[in-house]
Write a protein that binds this ligand. Structure first.
Ligand code: SF4
Length: 289
């Protein structure tokens, strides 16, 4: 398979065939994100993609899921996306789920009909980075969209019948806006109604603009207690009838996973244990992105 640079995928795609159809991220302006700083955005040649599909058709017959890399494969032009999904279906008919990262701009660039067409052709899971529902925080971190746009984009993915996993980032608003971030993020999630919420904890990478903000003391990071308090506020304010809630990413200090609303109280109790010091926490050196 032709892999250019480091390949990043969601934890739940660990067993998937990874097909890199784009390189980098078409946005690449988020101040906290160091994932694609050294990679420029591009769509790979169809001949390269086709060669990888032929390889996967021959050697990946046991893998039933596929993930389209890199940072936002949904940025592919519509005709190319249709050609890609059609080819996957024809050449790897055993693949039952195709997934991709997508940002709000990518979704805004597709019509409802186009999203439904992708679902018909097998694209059934979208991983979308919300990070925060707090408009002022979204502005500061360079997402380029506001909470209302995020809600509309997320709801359109759900209406197309796709599974929507949304990432939120603890600590991204700094100390000053922490509680506003928690409440606004929960409010956006309540309106968006994603299938899954994945909470990560901010780790500041030294190749990012946020690192320079930190060095200049313009960004005040949260300590552990403040992060747990933020997580508690966020989870308390989420009122969804049905969603998976996960804070079990390698960046988190402890693991939390359950279904909403049934496991909410138990998860809040776990956060309380972290707050009162009775829960074993991950050592800083074991945290990863
Ligand atoms: S967070 Fe997502 S949209 Fe933002 S730069 Fe990173 S990959 Fe691109």
């Amino acid at each position: 398979m032709d892999y250019q640079g480091d390949i990043i995928r969601p934890p739940s795609e660990a067993n998937s065939i990874i097909l890199q159809v784009t390189t980098g991220c078409s946005h690449n302006h988020c101040t906290f994100c160091g994932a694609y700083r050294e990679k420029s955005y591009g769509v790979k040649q169809w001949s390269t993609i086709q060669h990888d599909l032929e390889f996967a058709a021959r050697w990946c017959t046991r893998q039933k899921t596929m993930f389209l890399a890199d940072g936002d494969a949904l940025a592919l032009p519509h005709e190319l996306m249709v050609q890609l999904l059609t080819s996957i279906r024809q050449m790897l008919p055993w693949v039952r789920r195709v997934a991709s990262y997508a940002n709000c701009h990518n979704i805004e660039g597709k019509s409802d009909l186009q999203l439904c067409r992708y679902k018909e052709l097998g694209l059934s899971r979208i991983y979308m980075g919300l990070e925060s529902g707090h408009d002022s925080t979204l502005r500061k971190i360079g997402k380029g969209v506001d909470g209302a746009q995020m809600v509309t984009a997320g709801r359109r993915v759900r209406t197309a019948g796709m599974f929507l996993s949304v990432t939120c980032l603890l600590g991204i608003a700094g100390i000053e806006a922490s509680l506003d971030h928690a409440q606004a993020t929960a409010a956006v999630l309540n309106q968006m109604e994603p299938s899954q919420i994945a909470v990560l904890t901010l780790m500041i990478l030294d190749n990012t603009p946020l690192f320079r903000e930190l060095q200049a003391r313009r960004f005040q990071p949260l300590d552990q207690g403040q992060l747990f308090h933020e997580l508690r506020m966020m989870l308390s304010a989420i009122e969804l009838k049905r969603a998976q809630f996960q804070a079990n990413h390698a960046s988190n200090y402890f693991s939390l996973s359950g279904r909403l609303p049934k496991d909410k109280e138990a998860m809040l109790a776990t956060i309380d244990s972290a707050l009162n010091g009775t829960l074993n926490l991950k050592d800083e050196s074991f945290r990863l992105l």
